[in-house]
Every structure is written in structure tokens, then in C-alpha cells.
Design a binder for this molecule. Structure first.
Ligand SMILES: Nc1nc2c(ncn2[C@@H]2O[C@H](COP(=O)(O)OP(=O)(O)OP(=O)(O)O)[C@@H](O)[C@H]2O)c(=O)[nH]1
Ligand SMILES: [Mg+2]
Length: 196
């Protein structure tokens, strides 16, 4: 059984809830599908607000997820981050990503998983590669980065095969169709709880 609810919004680490449970952060370009994936994983339609207008998520949003398995209780949080690379974003918001948001990612001790989302149709955008380098540079021993290709329902069979050839271990998901969601959920749980 799985139960999800909104926990808190914060603009920086000081406003974040106590770091008392394992957290998975969702990072990626604006519009890549972070909030949609969060909803798909939680089995909730619109708990995290999604929009076709880039830049919808402006704060760090925390969602609590609880589930019981064979009598044991598990708690974790999913953390939706503002997207980067939104062309119309103000200069101030950009320096936020470098400043407070970066500080959060580097110092939030409860982060166990960085889910780095990439649009399956554009797997090697310079901004995404930059963020890939950034995440590897801040990753600590008890943290794991999982690259996730989103919106795979937009690829045909041939394009999917090509993506898999370039990235043999690719995790591919469609929040719209549900593909890959259960398997990603298991990977996150494994990282947060070990063997469960
Ligand atoms: N076809 C398809 N569309 C998707 C999928 N996931 C998200 N979208 C669409 O992509 C758009 C952006 O989705 P969001 O989840 O709001 O993206 P986001 O990364 O949270 O964006 P920001 O909050 O601006 O950073 C919306 O119109 C979604 O409906 C998917 O798996 N397939
Ligand atoms: Mg969002």
C-alpha cells in the first residue's frame, strides 16, 4: 500500500523539512517531465503541478511517501526541483540555481538518489551534459545518480533501439503511458532502503 501527500515547499535548505528520511531529488530541464514523473511514481494524477508552460515549478517541493510491505512501514520523500534552462527565466532565478538550489543539493544530507531526467528525444543537450558533470562532482559515497530518459512514448521502435544502443543501461519511462514506472519505483526503493 502506498500513500503520498504534499509535505512542504521551500526556496532554500533552511526552509526544508527535517532531513529525517531518505530523499530522491528530481532534476532536469524545465518541461522535461519531472513533476509528471513524480505523480506517476506516486500513483497520483496531479499532486505535483504539471504544465506545458516551462518554469511551472519554482520552489523545492517535498512529497512524503509511505508504504507498508509485509507488515513493515517505510517512509521516504520525493523532492521536485525547479527546472533549469528555461529561456524566459529571469537572471535572478538563474543565479538561484547556482546559489541556493546548488547549496541545497550539495548539503542536504538526506538525499540518497539524484534522478537526472533527460528528454529521450534530445539525449545530449549541452545543458544536460553540464548538469551531469555537476552532479558527478557533488555526489557523495552514500548517494547515487540515476539518469532517466523521459517521454519515451514519443519515440518509435527504431528511435528507442538507437537510444538503447547509445545508452545500454538507460532507464526509459513514460509518465503518460506508465512504461518503466514500476521498475524505476523499485530502483528508488532499493537505494533508499537497501533490500526491502
Ligand atoms: N507525451 C508525454 N508528455 C509528457 C510526459 N511527461 C510529461 N509530459 C508533458 O510535458 C509537459 C511538462 O511536464 P512537467 O511534468 O510539468 O515538466 P517539469 O519538468 O516538471 O517542468 P518545470 O516544472 O517547468 O521544470 C507537460 O505538458 C506534460 O504533460 C510523458 O511521459 N509523455
Ligand atoms: Mg515541474
Amino acid at each position: 500500500m502506498l500513500e503520498a501527500s504534499f509535505a512542504a515547499s521551500a526556496s532554500n535548505i533552511g526552509g526544508a523539512p527535517d532531513p529525517n528520511v531518505s530523499e530522491t531529488v528530481f532534476i532536469g530541464r524545465s518541461n522535461v517531465g519531472k513533476s509528471s514523473l513524480l505523480n506517476a511514481l506516486m500513483g497520483r494524477k496531479n499532486l505535483a503541478k504539471t504544465s506545458s508552460t516551462p518554469g511551472k515549478t519554482r520552489l523545492i517541493n517535498f512529497y512524503s511517501v509511505n508504504f507498508s510491505l509485509e507488515g513493515a512501514q517505510f517512509a521516504m520523500r520525493l523532492v521536485d526541483m525547479p527546472g533549469y534552462g528555461y529561456a524566459k527565466v529571469s537572471k535572478a532565478a538563474k543565479s538561484d540555481w547556482e546559489g541556493e538550489l546548488g547549496y541545497f543539493l550539495q548539503n542536504r544530507s538526506s538525499i540518497k538518489v539524484f534522478l537526472r531526467l533527460i528528454d529521450a528525444r534530445h539525449p545530449e543537450l549541452p545543458q544536460d551534459l553540464e548538469v551531469k558533470r555537476y552532479v558527478s562532482s557533488i555526489l557523495k559515497g552514500d548517494q547515487k545518480e540515476l539518469p532517466v530518459f523521459t517521454k519515451i512514448d514519443k519515440l518509435n521502435r527504431k528511435e528507442k533501439d538507437a537510444l538503447l544502443r547509445s545508452f545500454p543501461d538507460a532507464i526509459m519511462v513514460s509518465s503518460a503511458k506508465g512504461d518503466g514506472i514500476e521498475s524505476l519505483r523499485e530502483k528508488i526503493m532499493e537505494r533508499c532502503f537497501g533490500s526491502y
